[in-house]
Design a binder for this molecule. Sequence first.
Ligand SMILES: NC(=O)c1ccc[n+]([C@@H]2O[C@H](COP(=O)([O-])OP(=O)(O)OC[C@H]3O[C@@H](n4cnc5c(N)ncnc54)[C@H](O)[C@@H]3O)[C@@H](O)[C@H]2O)c1
Length: 362
Amino acid sequence: MIMAAKVYKFIVVGLGHISDHWLPLFSDQQKKMFGNTKRVEIAALVDPDQTTHAKREKYACGDAPCYVQLEDAFKEVESDAVLVLTPPQYHARYVWTAIQQLNHVLTEKPFVTEMNDLKHMIGLFKTIEEEHLICVVNQQYRWAPRMQAIRKAVDDGAIGTIGFITSYFNEPDYHFNLWWRQLHGDISAFNWYVHHYDTMRFLLKNRKPVEVYGKLIRVPYSKIIGESTVFLQVTFEDGIEWSYNGSQEGRGWKTPGQSMFTIHGSDGMIENPRDGPPMLYKVGDEKGVPLMPDPGDAQAPYPDYWHVTLKKFVESLDAKKPIDEDVTTFQNNIWTISIPMAARESHRQKRRINMKEFMESL
Ligand SMILES: NC(=O)c1ccc[n+]([C@@H]2O[C@H](COP(=O)([O-])OP(=O)(O)OC[C@H]3O[C@@H](n4cnc5c(N)ncnc54)[C@H](O)[C@@H]3O)[C@@H](O)[C@H]2O)c1
């Protein structure tokens, strides 16, 4: 007898801008992930702003009820998982509630924004393990074809042993036009640069940071209350050194959303340039060879790979464990989110942060 594939029921909390990328995956875009087999559906929608509830019709979410509070949804509907799309400052709260209800969790990045929240999340790992919950942070920049091509070249040894990396990101005059973007200290690092921090870990086979040194900068013409520019130095496992400069209040031209960087190894270097495909330069080769045809995404506002995260999440639910080491489980993502947290501490304390001591201090 052929068993029908399980359809996982999701409660979605937070129906703002980014939900426009997620909600279609539960209806007309489901094919992108699962062909003609239905694997996911929306059990309920939650947002305190009731004007957003009209998205139920806009995105054909069936008769899923809408609530202003997640707790009310749990009282009335059956669910397997919670998809958290709220402002970053509320992620920890909803993740906690979902896990108490023994639901699996998929949350947008950043995982959390405060050290105390990270401490509470780590405190949940025992429950997550005992209850076999799959808890994942969306970091979809990993799935962009250019990042996949660079990771493959690195893994295949195209540039030998990696020594150091330099990265640069400039997003001139960013809008910061929603309250949580203007009023939360170093939000640029948590909302944007975290993509670059996570992608760099991905390119380095999920290596962990060992030491972090950060300088957070508030430019005199800043629009926000915190620091929108960061100068960062990270030492990863195996002594790989990374220098990252990012700003959302720079001026002049824009770098790709995926940032510009150069990975230097014993046998050459790989460049993710401002325009065009990623390039491989072997020792003595100044012309270089493209690692892939130009994917044409250098100036894309976001890499559109939310569906890859959702597909991997569902496949991990089926397998009852993460399907591969690149799925950004909470246990994996603590090493991504620890980078902006340690940078903040480094800036405040004016010293390098040893990551083992930092994690043990939580
Ligand atoms: N992966 C990406 O490329 C990407 C891109 C943009 C945003 N994001 C992330 O998505 C998340 C949401 O960002 P956004 O741009 O949609 O923000 P947004 O401000 O447009 O939407 C947030 C929504 O959450 C609701 N909300 C506010 N307080 C809430 C609460 N206490 N409980 C439940 N809902 C609440 C708001 O009413 C709003 O509808 C953030 O974590 C952000 O970092 C990810």
